[in-house]
Design a protein around this ligand. Structure first.
Ligand code: ZN
Length: 334
């Protein structure tokens, strides 16, 4: 049974409906209790591959329901008395294919900004070794900073789910010959209790630059450029001192809240500023471990936490929503 051909035939039939009564009788003919779809379902047992056939049938049923729904909204109900010709155009836009996940959209937007700044894009393994996730980033096994990242181990003590996108940075430093500029989005994991504001899966967007004569000025310029590209030329950025073992000095960029412009609101929790991530000048010891001479080469690294950024942008109140499967989600209902 060629289900694709059935879909095409049914689509033509639905398209040809000119009144709601006609559309309803087509609906009964296709999806009613004794309709075409149920008849096809009753034949599942005789199909050569029943499981696959059942899945395809379900898909066909969903497609037909969608086609009829779209037709009734976009055409028939508002154009009850118009000609077939006029009806044809709105009903053609049938396939509702959804859209990219907000995290993916934001990642791609950032990729574009960094490509324009001459960065190459990289990916790395989500299952990492202790060496690349910690040791090569200046976090030996007895370092207190490990306490800040509750790690999920695949095989203790060496194989783990990466806790930070910086693991790609340590791989890059050891593999690429400077100078280079690289950006890398990625999913990371920590053993966090899952609730409205914490999840054990989240997303980092990180970058690293290694060249001669790199200073904090280059870092500030890049971060400024990033936020101006995303939020317009009037965006205000400030940097605060922060501590990360792999950089010295470490800084954290805050952006003036795009919603209240510094006055304080729900999105920025009254602060007027939104914390955007961490950055700093790569520690000479990290370069040395990667075989890069810190007397010749310098670098900066930065990391942004994508989840909170996306939540603020789309007014999403519960981080679990980002990884949930409920397509009916409406942000303002939470
Ligand atoms: Zn605000």
């Amino acid at each position: 049974m060629d289900l694709n051909q059935i879909l095409i035939d049914c689509k033509n039939k639905i398209d040809s409906a000119t009144t709601s009564a006609e559309l309803e009788s087509i609906r009964i003919e296709l999806l009613g209790r004794t309709g075409l779809i149920n008849k096809l379902f009753s034949e599942i047992k005789t199909a050569p591959n029943p499981r696959e056939y059942g899945q395809e049938l379900n898909q066909l049923k969903n497609n037909l329901e969608e086609l009829i729904k779209n037709k009734s909204i976009s055409a028939v109900s508002v154009n009850e008395n118009v000609t077939n010709k006029k009806l044809a155009s709105p009903a053609v836009a049938l396939a509702k294919v959804g859209h990219l996940h907000p995290i993916t959209q934001t990642e791609r937007q950032l990729n574009e900004v960094f490509r324009n700044l001459g960065f190459s894009l990289y990916d790395g393994p989500e299952i990492e070794t202790d060496e690349f996730c910690f040791q090569r980033l200046n976090v030996p096994s007895d370092h207190p900073a490990r306490e800040m990242q509750d790690t999920i181990y695949i095989n203790e003590p060496n194989i783990l789910l990466r806790t930070q996108g910086s693991s790609i940075e340590s791989r890059l430093l050891s593999q690429e010959k400077p100078p280079f500029k690289a950006a890398f989005p990625g999913r990371v994991y920590r053993n966090e209790k899952v609730n409205k504001s914490n999840h054990f899966i989240f997303h980092h967007y990180q970058g690293v630059v290694v060249d001669k004569d790199i200073t904090l000025k280059n870092l500030f310029g890049t971060i400024n450029c990033l936020f101006k590209s995303l939020y317009g030329p009037d965006v205000k950025i400030r940097f605060r001192n922060k501590y990360y073992p792999e950089v010295e000095p470490g800084v954290g960029p805050d952006m003036e809240c795009f919603s209240c412009h510094g006055a304080g609101c729900g999105i920025c929790k009254g602060a007027g500023w939104i914390e955007m991530g961490g950055a700093g000048i790569i520690h000479p010891h990290v370069l040395k471990m990667a075989g890069i001479d810190p007397k010749i080469w310098h670098g900066f690294a930065f990391g942004l936490g994508l989840d909170r950024w996306v939540m603020a942008k789309y007014n999403i109140k519960d981080i679990r929503t980002l990884l949930g499967g409920n397509l009916a989600y409406k942000p303002n209902e939470l």
